[in-house]
Design a protein around this ligand. Sequence first.
Ligand code: A2P
Length: 345
Amino acid sequence: MKKYNVAIVGATGAVGEKLIQLLEDSSIAINELHLLASARSAGRKLIFNSQEVTVEETTESAFKGIDIAFFSAGGSITQKFHQAARDSGAIVIDNTSAFRMDPNTPLVVPEVNPEALRDHTYLIANPNCSTIQMVAALKPIEAAFGLDRVIVSTYQAVSGAGLHALEELEEQTKAVLAGEEPKANILPSGGDKKHYPIAFNAIPQIDLFSEDGYTFEEWKMMNETKKIMGLPNLKIAATCVRIPVMSGHSESVYIEVEKDGVTADEIREVLKDAPGIVLQDDPSTQTYPMVITAVDKKDTYVGRIRRDVDNPKGFHLWIVSDNLIKGAAWNSIQIAEKMIEMALV
Ligand code: A2P
C-alpha cells in the first residue's frame, strides 16, 4: 500500500486541530505528517498518533516531497502558498473560500459530487461548512424528487470564526455572568468596522456585507450549493446567523421539490439510507437533531421533516452537523480518501 507524506497548513488552528485528530482514524496511510503554521508557532510540539510532531513555519520549501497538503490558514495563505505546493507535486485540499468558485477548481462533498474530482488541477476546494451539511442532506432528496427552491436560515457556531473567536465567547460569557461589560474584538467579522458581543446574543451577520444586502457567507451558501449540486438554476436564498454555541451548525431549511404528491414519509425514507446522514425524526419521543448530540461526530443529522402548510411541494427540515468535522476537517479528509480510491493521487 502506498504511504503518503501529508502537510497541514494552519495545524495550530481550530480546523487544523481536528485534521490532526481525524487523520488518526482515516484510511490514508501516512508516511510523514508535517504540521505547518505561522512563524509564531514554529517549534511548538503537537501530538499525532501518540508521537510529538514539531510545528514548522509555512514556507515555499516546506512542501518538498509532500503528496497531500490540507490548507486551513485563511484565504491569503492559500493564495500565497498553493502554487509552491502544487509545483512540488502535492494535491492541495483547501478549506478556505479562495478558489471555491473558480471554474477550474472542483468543489466537492464526496457523498454528493465525487466525479468532479477527476477534473482537478492539483487543487480541490472544500466547501463552506454550512453548505456541506445542507447539500449532503439535499442531494438524496433532489435525486429522488427534483429540487426547485431552497430557503435556509442558519444558526452557526462560533468555532467557524476560529480559536480566537471561541476564546472571546468564553471571556464574554464569564464577564456577563460576573456583571461586567463584555469586550468584543472579532465578531461578527474581524475585517468589519464594528464588533458586537456574541455571548447571550444572536448576530445576523457572518463575514462582510456585499452591496446587495446579503453577506458573503450567504453568497457562499447560495453559489456553492448550485455548483456542488450541478443546479445552476436552483432558486436559493440564505440568511446566516451566528449564535453563542461553541461547535455545531444548525439550519432551518425550506425546500420545494419538483415532483407532485411527495410525502414527508417518502423524504424520511430517502434520507434513512443516505450516506453520511442520520435521520433523527420522531416528535412523539422528542427526537430531533441538536448540537449537543451532533458535536464531535462525522455525520449530518436531519429531522423535524414536515410538509409546508400551504404549499404541497414545500417541506421544512432541520439539519445539524459539527462544522469543524463534516463542515471542514472530515470532508477534506474524505476528499483525500476518495482521490486515493479513484487513483487520482
Ligand atoms: P498560528 O497559530 O501560528 O497563528 P484559526 O482559524 O483557528 O484562527 O487558525 C488559523 C491558523 O492559520 C493557525 O494555525 C495559524 O497559525 C495559521 N496562520 C495564521 N497566519 C499564518 C501565516 N502567516 N502563515 C501560516 N499560517 C498562518
